[in-house]
Design a protein around this ligand. Structure first.
Ligand code: ACO
Ligand SMILES: O=CC(=O)O
Ligand code: MG
Length: 532
């Protein structure tokens, strides 16, 4: 099997069955075209992130941009939404794995965000097989037979598909154009769009996307310009693509209206991506000696800096006629423990009730078993209306609220151990090809794992990183706890009948990442270099 590659392109990766169908000459031509047009700007924007981080490290605080005041004060709305995206009370998300894709489409959710990002381990096989799976699903040709003989196929009524490509920071290292790696996001988007956009339009829903981890409206402009070129390339009317932006970095909060404005012909609103958001707060202000967050479990949506961001997002969206989508609780159904399960489901209900009452038009769930509860809570508030754009959200929120990083306590030994344990467990699974795992009855993905490793880093470095019993969190303490937690992780993984081969390497990398002087910007950057 060999590929017919466009001029200047190299692919250094194995071809599994049907990969050549996804990696067709025409699809790769679109990848190359978008790469050549936009890669220099992606690189500039990534450099701008680094420069901004250096200024923040030196004490600069973010604020609203003076040069975009007219956008914030102007009278404009995003373009109307297509029918298929009007009602989004519950959105299920999950990695691009074949069985899960079928289950998610059939889950009863209004929409399904299929994920090449936080919940996906981006090895070559997962990325391209994910495209094969979506190709089949969109044409309603997907099926799957499990090892136990259970057969899976799509129901007549399925959720509306949205696709989350990788963020701007990630490369696709197996694909080079003119000697340079292509962007992971451009690669995922272009392959999906080339193969499926026309088919989706013919079927009345799509192409729709979710855009992750942006830090500025200029990054949103890059996506918008890319959409314009891609639509032209396929002869698809401008404005057909719709995309929801995850507001999951602290800096994006200062530019929410600008992000909607940049994408206004293509916008499907904003989503409060809480887990990357917490990670971003830690990352951006990690050198600020006044700032040190408490145990991960204490940073809920109810703490003031999270609550004020969540409410401001609803206000920004509704002012601009755009959906405000709630994020995801990490709670999942718990098997074999009815009491704990009831508690988890009550937690989900609480999360969705709060979001619905706050004015959100819908929200995310991690698991099909959570769809009915989330649906019930949004229907209670929405009734038969598709959205709550008419709802007035009281209050005025800004930098003082968003940068008030409390609580700072408790930090406990159990909290330190939990971060180490979760971090190692997640990294080991990621290397084994699974980007989303249940750990201690919670959903863990790349965003939640980032919180775990960055908290350890912060607690070691910050003078405020002290346990409730007075001990300072130190590198020595963390180094001593890592082998203990690694042993616990291996015991759990073995008990599940899974191999533990990847976990020693995971522990080593976790130690490097959480204790090195230089804070790696994303966990996934060095990890990706170490995977196939
Ligand atoms: C921070 C963020 O970015 S949030 C967005 C990214 N995160 C996600 O998308 C979460 C995705 N969720 C998942 O991967 C899983 O639900 C996990 C890992 C959290 C839990 O997995 P498990 O404990 O294995 O789930 P469990 O065994 O209860 O699954 C029961 C069934 O539901 C299915 N299922 C579970 N979650 C999902 C999902 N999100 N989509 C589709 N099917 C799912 C399973 O495949 C399984 O199907 P089967 O009975 O036909 O075999
Ligand atoms: O992508 C979502 C998040 O919470 O992070
Ligand atoms: Mg995220």
């Amino acid at each position: 099997m060999s590929l017919d590659l466009p001029q200047g392109m190299q692919i250094n990766a194995p071809l599994h069955p049907r990969f050549e169908q996804i990696l067709s000459r025409e699809a790769l031509e679109l990848v190359a075209k978008l790469h050549r047009a936009f890669e220099p700007r992606r690189q500039e924007l990534l450099k701008a992130r680094v420069a901004r981080q250096a200024r923040i490290d030196a004490g600069e605080l973010p604020g609203f941009l003076p040069e975009t005041k007219a956008i914030r004060e102007g009278d404009w709305k995003v373009a109307p939404l297509p029918k298929a995206l009007e009602c989004r009370r519950v959105e299920i998300t999950g990695p691009v794995e074949r069985k899960m894709i079928i289950n998610a489409f059939n889950s009863g959710a209004d929409s399904y965000m299929t994920d090449f990002e936080d919940s996906n381990s981006p090895n070559w096989y997962n990325q391209i097989q994910g495209q094969v799976n979506l190709f089949d699903a969109i044409r309603r040709r997907i099926d799957f037979t499990a090892e136990n003989g259970k057969e899976y196929k799509l129901n007549d009524k399925i959720a509306t598909l949205q696709v989350r490509p990788r963020g701007w920071h990630l490369d696709e290292k197996h694909v080079l154009v003119d000697g340079a790696r292509v962007s992971g996001g451009i690669f995922d988007f272009a392959l999906f769009f080339f193969h499926n956009a026309r088919e989706q339009i013919a079927r009345g829903a799509g192409p729709f996307f979710y855009l992750p981890k942006m830090e500025s409206h200029l990054e949103a402009r890059l996506w918008n310009d890319l959409f314009v070129m891609a639509q032209d390339a396929l002869g698809i009317p401008q404005g057909t693509i719709k995309a929801t932006v995850l507001v999951e970095t602290i800096l994006a909060t200062f530019e929410m209206e600008e992000i909607l404005f940049e994408l206004r012909e293509h916008s499907a609103g904003l989503n409060a991506g809480r887990w990357d958001y917490i990670f971003s707060c830690i990352k951006k202000f990690k050198k600020n000696k006044d700032f040190c967050l408490a145990n991960r479990g204490a940073i809920t949506m109810e703490v003031p800096f999270m609550r004020s961001y969540a409410l401001a997002l609803v206000q920004a969206c509704h002012k601009r006629g755009a959906p405000a989508m709630g994020g995801m609780s990490a709670l999942i159904p718990i098997k074999n423990d009815p009491v704990a399960n009831e508690k988890a489901l009550a937690g989900i209900r609480h999360d969705k009730t709060r979001d619905a009452n706050d004015g959100y038009d819908g929200g995310w769930v991690a698991h099909p078993g959570l769809v009915p509860i989330a649906m019930e809570e949004f229907v209670k508030v929405l009734g038969d209306k598709p959205n709550q754009w008419g709802k007035r959200v009281e209050g005025s929120y800004g930098p003082k609220d968003w940068l008030n990083f409390q609580p700072e306590q408790p930090i406990t030994e159990a909290g330190v151990r939990n971060n180490i344990n979760v971090g190692i467990h997640y990294l080991g699974s990621w290397f084994a090809g699974n980007g989303c795992v249940p750990i201690h009855n919670l959903m863990e993905d790349a965003a939640t794992a980032e919180i775990s490793r960055s908290q350890i880093w912060q607690w070691v470095v910050s003078p405020k990183g002290k346990l409730d019993d007075g001990r300072k969190v130190t590198a020595e303490m963390v180094r001593a706890l890592i082998p203990e937690e690694l042993a616990k992780v291996k015991a759990v993984v073995s008990a599940q009948g899974e191999a533990t081969a990847t976990y020693d390497q995971a522990a080593k990398i976790f130690e490097e990442m959480s204790l090195s002087d230089n804070f790696p910007e994303f966990l996934t950057l060095p990890l990706y270099e170490a995977m196939d």
